[in-house]
Design a binder for this molecule. Structure first.
Ligand code: PLP
Length: 452
């Protein structure tokens, strides 16, 4: 007997499912949902059997593509041998231990200690909890504030949302006594009349002024995505991360690099912090591509120095999730990394991701395309009403949604985000599918433009 529901049956059952980041009222009224019930490689299929290029890799996560037999087998074999055991107290198991060791070799510098959780949000929460514990152990409990940035997305737990751009949480008043947001690093929108180097100087001045105002003695961490993802794929000015790290070091503030999206091949390397941006942060958080989304897993990778302090004799580390380092999730990650290494996927992305970027940058000639930004398989397209003044479309135009809908009608799933469209496909897109993606986007934008 099959319990699988499809099409209308799913939609009826779905009356009970609360969607994330959705207009719940609109969903209740029009019930417009896409039922995805099958996937293979770079493609997904809906309940009517229609095929789509998965232009968002699920949610920036299915890096090795859908339906990879060896990941599924690794998960199954792990469950048959050991379904669950915790990594609490003094318990451990081979899959998590092996994965931690592997991540320590892949992560830059002296990031050799790994704390597992089940989501990017929990990885970022864990980073802050670890740093609070660290500063308490050093006898400076007031050193607990966090510097984040306008435009950032760090997750949806209370703390991770507090570190996310205030646009998401303004009415929810998330932990404003704990987190301060620095200026957005988006040069194209925020640069004014400045050159890019001048804009970078202004951003560094903003960082230094805020440290002086809040007091370095009160600040535990600065958190930044190498490239902002859900904020619209925002690339900071060249040299931003290096200079921010120097300022953090000078003020004894720990630098957390949120690589939930940018790691595991998306920018052509296992981690982007050092290999792309030239920095060795104090902590890297990651999730998504760590298992290519086959299992929920995240990692908070911390330096030897932080680990040495939190493991001194004395107070216990009172932090933990039942499913930290779940065997099936760790097995998925081990198999995922082995597959990426064997196939040289990150290296391939240096060619295919660049081709994807170039193909999408080609859309800049269209009248309503204001900026195409990002890198490799992480691209944002911002639409504007007027290219010279960069005037945005009114919210009611719903431009991002309109283009996403037109693209979906043509067989491409893309993610609308206000006036932008985000593309973050699987890393196994063939050259033909790259061309097809660009062609669908061109036709979709042109159609929407014509109907405005
Ligand atoms: N950090 C970044 C950069 C993200 O893009 C996300 C999710 O999109 C998160 C953290 C939160 O991850 P999760 O949704 O797994 O909690």
């Amino acid at each position: 007997m099959s319990l699988e529901l499809s099409g209308d049956a799913v939609l009826t059952a779905d009356d009970h499912l609360i969607q994330s980041f959705a207009d719940l009222d609109a969903l209740k009224q029009n019930r417009a949902r896409t039922v995805i019930n099958r996937a293979k490689g770079p493609m997904v299929y809906d309940s009517d059997g229609r095929e789509f290029i998965d232009g968002i890799a699920g949610l920036w996560c299915v890096n090795v593509g859908h339906g990879q037999p060896e990941l599924i087998e690794a998960i199954t074999q792990q469950l048959e041998k050991l379904d669950y055991y915790s990594t609490f107290y003094n318990f451990t198991h081979p899959a998590a231990a092996m994965l931690a060791q592997k991540l320590a070799t892949l992560a830059p510098g002296n990031l050799n200690h790994v704390y597992f959780a089940n989501s990017g949000s929990a990885a970022n929460d864990s980073a802050i909890r670890i740093l609070h514990h660290y500063n308490i152990r050093l006898g400076r409990p007031n050193k607990r504030m966090v510097l984040s940035r306008i435009g950032a997305y760090h997750g949806s737990t209370y703390l991770a949302m507090a570190m996310t751009t205030p646009a998401y949480s303004h009415a929810w008043s998330c932990a404003s006594d704990l987190v301060h947001h620095l200026a957005s690093p988006h040069y194209w929108r925020e640069g004014g009349g400045m050159s890019e180097p001048e804009f970078l100087d202004a951003l560094m001045q903003d960082l230094e002024e805020n440290i002086a105002r809040i007091g370095a003695d009160n600040i535990a961490a600065f958190i930044a995505e190498p490239i902002m993802g859900a904020g619209g794929v925002i690339v900071s000015p060249v040299g931003y991360h290096k200079r921010a790290l120097e300022i953090c070091k000078a003020n004894d503030i720990k630098y957390i690099s949120d690589e939930v999206v940018t790691a595991f091949g998306r920018l052509g390397h296992f981690f982007a912090s050092k290999d792309v941006f030239g920095i060795e942060p104090d902590i890297i958080t990651t999730a998504k591509g760590l298992t290519s989304g086959y299992q929920p897993l995240s990692a908070t990778i911390i330096s030897d120095e932080i680990h040495e302090v939190i493991s001194r004799p004395g107070e216990k580390f009172l932090h933990g999730f039942t499913y930290s380092g779940h065997p099936a999730a760790a097995a998925a990650a081990n198999a995922n990394i082995a597959l990426m290494e064997r196939e040289g996927l990150p290296e391939q992305v240096r060619t295919t991701g660049k081709a994807f970027e170039a193909a999408l940058r080609g859309l800049i000639d269209l009248d309503i395309v204001g900026e195409v930004r990002g890198s490799h398989f992480m691209i944002g397209i911002e639409f504007v009403q007027d290219k010279t003044t960069k005037q945005s479309f009114a919210d009611e135009v719903d431009i991002g949604n309109k283009v996403a809908f037109a693209a979906q009608e043509r067989g491409l799933i893309a993610r609308p985000l206000g006036s932008s469209l985000i593309l973050s496909p699987t890393l196994v897109l063939t050259p033909e599918l790259i061309d097809q993606t660009a062609a669908i986007l061109r036709d979709s934008i042109t159609e929407v433009m014509g109907a405005l």
